[in-house]
Design a binder for this molecule. Structure first.
Ligand code: ADP
Ligand code: MG
Length: 749
């Protein structure tokens, strides 16, 4: 009768149903029952007013403190000023021409007050307040539903719902109660044995209790069950996806023993680390299979992922196929092409005079190549003349054709989502999928590995090749210690005098008129400089800040000021590819002392002689980004130094973040910290704009164990029943989570 899809109108009336739909997008019984309380007010415990944020629609449990009525001077009528309190701070509520409220808003009375929080001359206010007193029937209330009002507050835990103006939390609570009164539950998606094993409450009971818990224990039990639904849906989607991909045919690339890879290994100037050998072995085995490899290699910057990838590519070439390496930026692609060419030596000189046996051809293919070169590169790819093609991620969008692509390596692609990976894998219309190797330097906390990368096998390279130098990091708090900045530039000069090189990183390119952040090419463009709006942590204090410093302003200022006489170059994403390449080459060759750059140097750039990095307006970058950036120094024999320059006042959370980055070089620790600062939920990489979040309850930070257990169950379930034919409830759970559009997408892959 009352299925989850049933409309609300017959139950709640047209007016209320309409209000729910327009204000909160709640259209069905299911929508309403999944509109979980944001938190619970405790009877007898007032809401901390200090914790409110301005501009949010808040619902607080507070006590009337003082009431003052006065007549307006300019117009006829009265103003009723009501001050409410949590015992420490106060909030002002103002009512116009509602003097009668004075009779019920008596000092000492408690109730829920809702409205938008604003701040006026240092005092917090609730604009257009609505309220519901506790233990007092709604005097003269619109529907006079006294009994109902009393019931809403009978429990010890009062649910506080995400609400909207005109639709306060207590009205939503009443709607929920009305619906629950007639709801007969719906079939439980979780198999009974799974529920038993993990001590999970039935679905109906869990829904009832999360809305109306008797106590905290009951609430916790309900939440655990509903979190399981979420965790299992995510894991089933990811494991199922992996399963589907693994079932597709792939071009097998078995090792040959005496080919190009063997010749390469023979001339390798160093010995592989144990980690490189181990991961390399797993990759070699995957490549030989008739189903696609889907592996992620995660390793700190400088851990030597490139060699592992190159060896895999050579195995593909030995099998008579091609390999492609994709980098996020043109700078990186060019650099990769250079360093691969260097590592390969004349093994990459196929077609040239005197090329050794087994040699192959390496081709660079980027969007900004001159037309003729680009045509040649495309030709090399499609004819199979190029054994290895290096390009930017944008390459994928360009419908490049290969003669026989055996392996796709994607470097440093922590900006990719699950779905983008799928797009990569299925771009081939031959029916087979190339093997996929993803490399990232971003350390991945376990929960993220199980979710964002849940469709991949993860291997880690934890040890660094020997001979690496430590990086020390210091914060330069210019607000308090302006002289430290002078000292920093002094230090830069000393380093240059000692024959080393320095990066200066700025958040912005500049001279673009617009508030302009870096990377006008956007996400799809060749260069992936970050869009700061997305990266910068939320502003503290909300005050207007000056725009972040820009490469094009900083470089001349340094050249005329503190770094006068040094050879300074600039590098950013708006430069034409040739100029970028020239700047990078000049820096790598030691012809520049200082490179002033955007985050374009963030990933992969490798200049061992660079020892210092000064990051200006460091607080504008995210934690893991700072970690990535500083990985550019200390790559040679001299120790690295990273200076985080910021104007943020000490003691702010901004400063704490920078201090955290300075305090550890443990990427895993930092990744965890970063995760805590980020918004959660957007697991499958689809924006949540306007839509309810996939994960309402599950936390990537605190629900690690639960996610791991759900992963185990998902693997078992998919193993036994890949398409969930015998578990229609679970199939529905997955479909509901990935929503129609993406469910369709999943079936396609
Ligand atoms: P990342 O993992 O950051 O991509 P790279 O692959 O760029 O690291 O390696 C960094 C540097 O270390 C390169 O110059 C590479 O040649 C060198 N390298 C890689 N493996 C080893 C090793 N086993 N011993 C010594 N040097 C190595
Ligand atoms: Mg690298």
């Amino acid at each position: 009768m009352t299925s989850m899809d049933a409309p609300l109108e017959p139950l709640l009336g047209a007016k209320t149903a309409k209000a729910l739909e327009t204000a909160l997008g709640i259209g069905t019984v299911g929508d309403l029952l999944y509109h979980f309380p944001r938190r619970y007010a405790e009877r007898g415990e007032l809401t901390r007013i200090a914790g409110l944020e301005t501009d949010e629609h808040a619902t607080v449990l507070a006590q009337v403190d003082r009431v003052n009525r006065r007549t307006m001077r300019s117009r006829r009528g009265t103003i009723l000023e009501v001050r409410i309190t949590d015992g420490q701070r106060t909030l002002n509520c103002t009512f116009f021409n509602q003097a009668w409220r004075e009779r019920e808003l008596l000092p000492g009375r408690r109730g829920l007050f809702a409205g938008k929080v604003t701040s006026y001359r240092g005092a917090l206010q609730l604009a257009n307040p609505e309220y519901q007193l506790i233990g007092v029937p709604e005097a003269g209330g619109a529907d006079g539903d006294e009994q109902a009002a009393a019931e809403e507050f009978a429990a010890a835990l009062i649910p506080v719902y995400p609400a909207a103006q005109g639709l306060p939390s207590w009205s939503i609570a009443r709607c929920v109660r009305q619906v629950l009164d007639v709801w007969e539950g719906s079939e439980d998606a979780l198999p009974a044995d799974l529920r038993r094993r993990h001590h999970l409450l039935g679905f109906e009971e869990a829904i009832r209790r999360i809305h109306r818990p008797a106590d905290h224990r009951e609430l916790a039990v309900a939440r655990k069950r509903l979190k399981w639904d979420e965790a299992l849906a995510v894991q089933l989607a990811l494991v199922g996806r992996r399963h589907l991909v693994e079932e597709r045919p792939a071009p097998p690339c078995p090792p040959v023993g005496d080919g190009l890879l063997a010749a390469f290994d023979e001339r390798l100037p160093f010995t592989l680390t144990a980690g490189q050998r181990e991961v390399g072995g797993a990759v070699a085995q995957d490549l030989a299979a008739r189903h696609p490899m889907n592996r992620l290699i995660q390793g700190e910057v400088g851990s030597g992922k490139t060699v592992v990838a190159l060896r895999a590519m050579l195995q593909a070439v030995d099998a008579g196929r091609q390999a492609a390496l994709l980098a996020p930026t043109e700078v990186l692609a060019a650099q990769h092409a250079r360093s691969l060419a260097e590592l390969l030596g004349d093994l990459a000189s196929e077609g040239e005079l005197g090329a050794p046996e087994h040699a192959t051809r390496l081709t660079l293919l980027t969007g900004s190549l001159p037309a003729a070169k680009r045509r040649q590169a495309l030709l090399d790819a499609v004819s199979g003349a190029a054994g290895i093609v290096v390009g930017t991620h944008a390459l994928i969008q360009d419908r490049v054709r290969f003669a026989d692509l055996g392996l796709l390596v994607v470097d440093e692609q922590h900006r990719f989502g699950v779905e983008q990976r799928d797009a990569l894998r299925s771009r081939d219309d031959s029916g087979t999928s190339p093997h996929l190797l993803v490399m990232t330097a971003t350390p991945i906390p376990r929960t993220v590995a199980m979710t964002v990368y849940g469709d991949l096998e993860v291997s880690a390279l934890r040890e660094l090749p020997s001979g690496r130098s430590p990086i020390s990091t210091s914060v330069v708090p210019v607000a308090e210690k302006p002289s430290w900045l002078d000292r920093a530039w002094q230090r830069v000069r000393e380093e240059v005098a000692a024959g080393h090189q320095v990066y200066v990183v700025c958040p912005r390119i500049g001279e673009d008129g617009a508030a302009g952040t870096a990377g006008q090419g956007g996400r799809r463009g060749g260069d992936a400089e970050e869009d700061l709006d997305e990266l910068a942590p939320p502003d503290e204090g909300g005050g207007a800040r000056r725009p972040p410093v820009a490469v094009l302003d900083v470089a001349p200022r340094l050249a005329e000021g503190p770094l006068l006489g040094l050879r300074i170059g600039v590098l950013h994403g708006r430069l034409p590819a040739e100029e970028k390449d020239t700047a990078m080459r000049a820096f790598a060759a030691g012809e520049l002392d200082v490179l002033v750059a955007t985050t374009v140097v963030e990933v992969g750039v490798n200049v061992p002689n660079a020892t210092v990095m000064v990051i200006l307006d460091a607080d504008r970058f995210g934690v893991s980004q700072l970690h990535q950036l500083r990985g550019r120094v200390g790559r040679g024999s001299a120790p690295g130094l990273c200076l985080l320059v910021s104007e943020a006042p000490s003691g702010t959370s901004t400063m704490q973040r920078l201090d955290a980055v300075a305090s550890t070089t443990d990427g895993f620790e930092l990744a965890r910290l970063d995760l805590e600062l980020r918004r959660e939920g957007d697991i499958l990489g689809v924006s949540q704009s306007g839509r309810r979040s996939t994960l309402r309850l599950l936390s990537l930070i605190s629900d690690e164990d639960l996610i791991a257990e759900a992963r185990g169950e998902a693997e078992r379930l998919v193993g036994e029943d890949p398409h969930l034919t015998h578990h229609p409830g679970l199939a529905r759970l997955v479909a509901a989570m990935v929503d129609d559009e993406r469910a369709e997408y999943l079936q396609k892959t």
